[in-house]
Design a protein around this ligand. Structure first.
Ligand code: PMV
Length: 367
């Protein structure tokens, strides 16, 4: 077990000057899904995701020496330039839950300003990029104030561990290209506690893969991911699902190394439909797909049957369709999206994304 609990990370108050840390952190899309958890945010099965490029969160965290004598954490939280009590409360709870890892949190006041590149409530999860960004900011404070985490691998591993505590899938957003989270015999470095990068053995075709996100509905989700994970505990298919995910993970790793696009797509689509089947078979049952989701799926399957091109989809815990395809068919897929799929999207909205290079520290943003 990794042990990041470190009571030594406190500092004399006069050494804390007011500083600003900024990170741009991407969202990610899982191919093998994490669905079901236990303990302190530990996954029931291994998962693997693409790190995205254009769907990201910009986060500026400013800290100063704590001004009041009270024990309460002082956090001012702004989203898109406006105070946001709901996101603020979630972030505050997260910071309060990790003071054993970063005791200096108790010695500081914080302001967080955050902004997403993707439209607000477009149904794209911002918790992965948002929580990963806060974790990266905190690790940066630690490195700057204590001289620890100078080693890049150590830095990323701790950031991933901390991000996981904020939102499970966030731990994978710390790395470029692809990341694995969850113990598996198929990858000996993999851990339940943090994600690890999967790049070196990845076939080059996947390093420039596209993910075109079709917004079937912008509405708020009826059931949160937290509630969805909890419902897996009573789902009669749960154990079969965890066994299936492990088996698929083994298969997918070989496929990702070999660059077999149809085998990849078949697993990606079945994983998406399995995730939603688990929601539909939960007690209480729920459906996050919308009529437009099914219309889009049908169009994609027909396109594939007609053209024999490796255009496949996946879904997150929501109604929006993620189209996965290699760069070499982009010139055919783009007009198909624009002419056939965009008219089915809410307000014609879609996000043209692809695999990306991971989080970047910035000197500042205009957030
Ligand atoms: O990280 P959470 O707790 O929001 O769960 C996300 C789960 C899925 O997005 C549905 C799958 C995944 O592995 O990202």
């Amino acid at each position: 077990m990794a042990n990041f609990i470190n009571p030594a990370l406190t500092i004399s108050p006069d050494k804390i000057s007011s500083e600003k840390i900024s990170w741009q952190t991407p969202s990610n899309i899982a191919i093998i899904k994490y669905w079901g958890k236990h303990g302190r945010q530990l996954p029931r099965n291994p998962s693997i995701s693409f790190t995205l490029n254009n769907a990201f969160t910009k986060t500026e965290l400013t800290y100063q020496s704590k001004q009041s004598k009270s024990d309460a954490l002082n956090l001012d939280f702004y989203f898109e330039g406006k105070s946001n009590p709901a996101f603020g409360a979630k972030s505050k709870k997260f910071l309060e839950s990790i003071t054993d890892i970063f005791p200096f949190i108790n010695q500081m006041d914080f302001t967080i300003q955050t902004d997403n590149s993707f439209p607000h409530s477009s149904g794209i999860a911002s918790s992965a990029s948002g929580m990963a960004a806060i974790a990266l900011c905190l690790c940066t404070i630690e490195r700057n104030l204590f001289g620890t985490l100078k080693d890049e691998n150590e830095f990323r591993q701790k950031a991933s561990y901390v991000a996981r505590l904020g939102s499970g899938s966030a731990c994978r957003s710390v790395y470029p290209t692809m990341a694995i989270w969850g113990q598996t015999a198929a990858h000996e470095m993999a851990s339940d506690e943090y994600a690890v990068p999967f790049i070196e053995k990845l076939h080059p075709v996947f390093k420039t893969y596209h993910d075109s996100i079709l917004i079937a509905s912008r509405g708020e989700k009826k059931v949160s991911s937290t509630a969805g994970h909890a419902l897996m505990d009573g789902n009669i298919f749960a154990q079969n699902r965890y066994d299936q995910a492990n088996q698929r993970f083994n298969d997918l790793l070989d496929i990702l190394k070999a660059g077999d696009l149809d085998a990849f797509g078949k697993i990606a689509e079945n994983e998406a439909l399995t995730l939603h089947a688990l929601m539909m078979t939960a007690d209480a049952s729920y459906i996050l797909m919308r009529p437009a989701t099914l219309s889009l799926i049908e169009k994609v399957q027909n396109y594939r049957a007609d053209t024999k091109q490796p255009l496949y989809f996946t879904l997150d815990a929501g109604p929006n369709l993620h189209l996965l395809y290699p760069d070499e068919i982009r010139k055919d897929v783009k007009p198909f999206i624009e002419q056939e799929l965009v008219p089915l999207c809410e307000n014609g909205e879609w996000i043209d994304d692809c695999v990306g290079g991971g989080p970047e520290e910035r000197s500042s943003f205009d957030v």
